[in-house]
Design a binder for this molecule. Structure first.
Ligand SMILES: Cc1ncc(C[n+]2csc(CCOP(=O)(O)OP(=O)(O)O)c2C)c(N)n1
Ligand SMILES: [Mg+2]
Length: 339
């Protein structure tokens, strides 16, 4: 029997003290989440056409998580995640053309076309990937927090990982060091209920991931990861506390991915009904859209205009990613440790 993590979250969303967004915040959240959704739908199509090779993991359904957290973070804060990374780059302000061109392996890609979907970085934006080793981003993210503290910077390191990754040993070695040295790190556990085809209840002895840091003295909480306002509110509180010297903290985001684990996953391990119900009742973009209309922050027409704008950005990215040249063969010998 599948547990319904969103149930708890739904309850919190119905409370009267749900933090309200201003008009600007609602519109920003709508725009950012829609960009991820439309960009990835396009990436999915391009993958099907053979224009994208290798692995490709879509974030569709989980958009509110990275959007709310990034809205609560400051420029200079570091972010790092696993292989489900396109949305992180888009909301951190990286050029969609560079993200799409990395997917198609072209020279204008963010890793010069040599990293692909799972390995995109931007030092400038302090985005540290794009990591294919499940759980590695937790140790690396803890290291980024160590570096910030060592250098006396006032930045926070935000490390995203999944419910599956949360069972990796290196996560707990990292938790220990993070608390021991009081590091400025925010751990975001994106509980989308599955690790590849394995449901949380089949893989995790203890399924409340927000409590995974307790034996190290790291507090945490569960958040409705489908409501961008709640994500933002929890992240803001956590980030402010961490920046003030409060040490590591965990936010477990109750979320859901609509697509398969990767492009090769027919997703037979869950019912169609589970997916359609989640899409119909909890979709993060639809939630914002109906609030915008209800509060008269926008009209059907103005929202359509945003949609048209986003589609144009995505089309431009796809055109660039299919016309830009592949990297020169000499690039094989650059950006490596030893030649
Ligand atoms: C160390 C390691 N073990 C196994 C894998 C294969 N693998 C890739 S993704 C994945 C599941 C991870 O699930 P989760 O952490 O829940 O993240 P999600 O895909 O749901 O975002 C596994 C086992 C890997 N890439 N690295
Ligand atoms: Mg998962």
């Amino acid at each position: 029997m599948a547990r319904k993590p969103a149930a708890k979250a739904e309850k919190s969303a119905s409370l009267s003290n749900v933090p309200e967004f201003t008009k600007d915040e609602e519109l920003k959240a709508y725009r950012d989440m829609l960009l991820i959704r439309r960009f990835e739908e396009k990436a999915g199509q391009m993958y099907g056409m053979g224009l994208i090779g290798g692995f490709c993991h879509l974030y569709i359904g989980q958009e509110a998580v990275v959007t709310g957290i990034t809205m609560a973070s400051e420029k200079g804060d570091a972010q790092i995640t696993g292989y489900r990374d396109h949305g992180h780059m888009l909301v951190m302000g990286l050029d969609p053309k560079g993200v799409m061109a990395e997917l198609t392996g072209r020279q204008g890609g963010l890793s010069k076309g040599k990293g692909g979907s799972m390995h995109m970085f931007s030092n400038e934006h302090r985005f540290y990937g794009g990591n294919g080793i499940v759980g590695a981003q937790v140790s690396l993210g803890t290291g980024l927090a160590f570096a910030a503290k060592y250098k006396g910077e006032n930045s926070v390191s935000i490390s995203y990982f999944g419910d599956g990754a949360a069972n990796q040993g290196q996560v707990y070695e990292s938790f220990n060091m993070a608390k021991l040295w009081n590091l400025p790190v925010l751990y975001i556990i994106e509980n989308n209920r599955y690790a590849m085809g394995t449901a949380v209840e089949r893989a995790s002895a203890q399924q409340d991931f927000s409590r995974r840091g307790l034996s190290f003295g790291i507090d945490g909480e569960q958040v409705d990861g489908m409501d961008v306002r709640l994500v933002h509110e929890a992240a803001k509180r956590a980030i402010d506390k961490i920046r003030a010297g409060g040490g590591p903290y965990i936010l477990e985001m109750m979320t859901y991915r609509y697509r398969g684990h990767s492009m090769s996953d027919p997703a037979k391990y869950r019912s169609k009904d589970e997916v359609t119900t989640m899409r119909a009742e909890r979709d993060p973009i639809e939630q914002v859209k109906s609030r915008i209309l209800e509060k008269r922050f926008g009209t059907e027409e103005s929202l359509k205009a945003i949609e048209t704008e986003i589609r144009a950005i995505v089309t431009e990215a796809a055109d660039f990613a299919t016309s830009d040249p592949e990297p020169a063969p000499s690039e094989l010998w650059t950006d490596i440790y030893a030649a």
